[in-house]
Design a protein around this ligand. Structure first.
Ligand SMILES: NC(=O)c1ccc[n+]([C@@H]2O[C@H](COP(=O)([O-])OP(=O)(O)OC[C@H]3O[C@@H](n4cnc5c(N)ncnc54)[C@H](O)[C@@H]3O)[C@@H](O)[C@H]2O)c1
Length: 293
């Protein structure tokens, strides 16, 4: 049941983040004076809902875009792949996230405050460290790590413009179980995702005072084109996805999007700087070869 209370703006902001400092930091952004305003303890349903999603042409990013479109959000979908524009509320933006000029132009073209940025654009290249080409190593780091940094940095002014007293803006980055428990034959990918997890921590600490909450998700194996492309160990130089989790299946994109929806909700208003595994328990404990599990 919704519970609403009229409180002074300063108290509202203290309730939001537990610190009087936040009032001083947010005041120039939100234009708040010491007036009265309403806290919605049931969850910020009256916010303007606009998000930028990278990697929206496929897999997890595409599923996230569709879920938010279904919920009435406006979505700027950034991808280097072609995207259809016919969905109501969907604005495709051609962007190579690893290219600074492309990312700058993409966010300069967004003429609305953002309530959320979801960074799903990513690539996987496999190979033993001794064999991996420098080109593949650079590609993985440039898209997964540099691209994530560039998008978050260029989106930040729009995210700050979207902050209101009862709705912090949200950033959700895509790390991976590989960041927490790397696998052989995917060292560059693991390094790129470990870097995303560390960026998440530092951005969260730097940006939370201005009302922007940064978190990451660390999925295990999710059934998407990225994983299907490496499902043949011969073609993928011996790489094997983590596969079926202790839950008994691999994840579908919806399993990841459900946790995104939590991070976008009012219930996650005090969550910042964390990387949440969405892996069905795959990373929880080592399962020895030959185990009955
Ligand atoms: N699928 C998994 O098992 C899994 C597990 C953990 C983490 N992740 C991460 O989740 C994210 C989404 O992965 P997915 O499985 O949906 O992959 P996917 O291959 O289905 O989709 C990735 C999207 O990113 C886009 N993209 C790639 N490089 C780009 C660039 N330079 N600029 C703009 N767009 C670019 C692609 O065009 C594609 O639309 C990735 O960051 C991935 O590393 C996936």
């Amino acid at each position: 049941m919704a519970f609403r209370a009229e409180v002074p703006a300063e108290t509202a902001l203290m309730a939001l983040d537990g610190s009087k400092e936040i009032f001083r930091d947010l005041a120039p952004i939100t234009g708040l004076a010491a007036s009265f305003r309403t806290i919605d303890f049931a969850g910020g349903t009256d916010m303007t809902k606009t998000a930028a999603i990278t990697g929206s042409a496929s897999g997890i990013g595409q599923a996230a875009a569709q879920r938010l479109l279904d919920a009435g959000w406006t979505i700027y979908g950034l991808d280097r792949a072609a995207q259809a524009a016919e969905r109501q509320g969907f604005k495709p933006v051609h962007c190579d996230v690893s290219d600074a000029a492309s990312v700058t132009a993409a966010f300069a073209g967004i003429d609305a405050p953002l309530n959320a940025l979801i960074c799903c654009a990513g690539v996987l290249r496999t190979g033993l460290m001794e064999d991996m080409s420098i080109e593949d190593f650079d590609l993985v780091l440039n898209i997964n790590t540099r691209g994530t940094f560039l998008c978050a940095q260029k989106a930040l002014p729009l995210l700050r413009a979207g902050v209101t007293a009862d709705n912090p803006s949200r950033v959700i980055l895509l790390s991976s179980l590989a960041a927490l428990r790397p696998k052989v034959v995917s060292g560059a990918y693991a390094a790129s995702k470990a870097a995303v997890t560390q960026l998440t921590r530092v951005m969260a600490a730097e940006w939370a005072p201005s009302g922007v909450l940064v978190n990451a998700l660390a999925p295990g194996t999710v059934d998407t084109p990225m994983v299907r492309a490496v499902s043949d160990p011969t073609a993928s130089k011996g790489y094997r996805p983590s596969g079926v989790s202790p839950v008994g299946r691999i994840a579908q994109p919806a399993d990841v999007v459900d946790v995104m929806m939590f991070l976008l909700s009012d219930g996650a208003r005090y969550v910042a700087g964390t990387t949440i595994p969405v892996d069905g328990g795959t990373g929880a404990a080592f399962v020895p070869v030959g185990s009955n599990m």
